[in-house]
Ligand binder design. Structure first.
Ligand code: PBG
Length: 331
């Protein structure tokens, strides 16, 4: 059979790097990237996270330096996670002004001002001795409404420390409304809320649990979303926007690009996606074996997340990507 070429030949625009660059339908900008960072209160030098090669738990000083680098590189934001040395049933370290995360927020804002956006994780799991995202009732279940009171206290502490955006990642019902009301009531209507609207109960958070030294036994399926559910993500997003979310998030990213595309199609606020620890670890592990081209895989993965509709991507590769692109521009 002979082929008759049509008039429309999609390959025409693929012929040279210049044509491909001109015709690209998705571009990723450093301002879209947000770098998640871990900070510990009991170390003076960074501690590597074994399951996330290249990622560390920062000391207070190394965190400041890393955030300064992030600002110089033009990143859009950082997302801070605290790793406290002492934990208890209600996570009192979370709203203690001297707690590791609140101190870190203060440090970082003092370092960079508003040269980039300082986002903080607002969840109790790093601060509770049982590792759940909320406080427990007498039967050992996460108590939704009692947890909201803790989130409110945490939100006010993070706002007082200077956080620009609060990342509500606990997946309690009504958390956005509770925190928005409290912030507004305290005269902090300037502080924004990034709602982890569609956060799934995912195996891909595995390495993160090491990064924050999580003590969790069991799982979070009673509050995080069932990976089987696509339409439910739209319900979560609708509720969070109605409650006052300034941005909504889908998490994880790569196994949930269908959900991300759905959310991006209907959301009236910017959409973030979190390329989580397990996504990072998989690419790093395969690249370390020489099984995939590391840089190409990293760039393709982030590009795919933006192509699916994310306005902001949280990725542990944010600084490295910024470095690559800056070097490309110099070349
Ligand atoms: C909860 C939280 C988690 C992550 C971010 N915020 C863990 C969880 O829900 O179990 C995971 C991030 C990652 O895996 O990179 N505070």
């Amino acid at each position: 059979m002979t082929t008759t070429p049509g008039r429309v030949r999609p390959r025409r625009l693929r012929a040279t790097p210049a044509l491909r660059r001109m015709a690209a339908q998705t571009r990723v900008d450093v301002a879209q990237l947000s770098l998640p960072l871990f900070v510990r209160d009991d170390v003076t030098a960074p501690v590597p996270v074994a399951s996330m090669p290249g990622v560390v738990q920062h000391s207070r000083d190394s965190l400041r330096r890393e955030v300064a680098r992030a600002a110089e590189s033009g990143l859009g934001a950082v997302m801070l996670f605290g790793v406290p040395s002492v934990r208890d049933a209600t996570g009192t370290g979370a709203d203690d002004p001297d707690g590791v995360l609140n101190r870190a927020i203060e440090d970082v804002v003092a370092e960079v001002g508003d040269a980039l956006v300082v986002q903080a994780d607002l969840c109790l799991d790093e601060f509770t001795d049982h590792g759940h995202c909320g406080v427990l009732d007498a039967a050992g279940r996460v108590d939704n409404d009692a947890t909201l009171e803790r989130y409110v206290a945490m939100a006010l502490a993070q706002a007082a420390a200077g956080a620009h955006v609060l990342g509500l990642s606990g997946m309690m019902d009504g958390q956005v409304a509770a925190v928005r009301d409290a912030l507004d009531g305290a005269g902090r209507d300037d502080v924004a809320i990034l709602a982890y609207a569609a956060k799934y109960a995912s195996a891909f958070y595995g390495p993160f649990r090491e990064a924050v030294a999580s003590t969790l036994q069991g799982d979070r399926r009673a509050y995080q979303m069932d990976p089987a559910n696509r339409r439910e993500a739209l319900l979560e997003v609708e509720l969070d926007i109605a409650e006052g979310a300034d941005l909504v998030m889908v998490k994880p990213a790569m196994s949930y690009l269908d959900v991300l595309a759905d959310v991006a199609a209907v959301s009236s606020v910017p959409v973030a996606a979190y390329q989580v620890s397990g996504e990072y670890a998989m690419v790093e592990a395969a690249a370390a074996q020489g099984w995939i081209d590391r840089r190409r895989a990293v760039e393709e993965s982030v590009l795919s997340i933006v192509r699916a509709g994310a306005d902001q991507v949280l990725t542990y590769w944010a600084l490295e990507l910024a470095g690559w692109w800056a070097a490309d521009r110099r070349a």
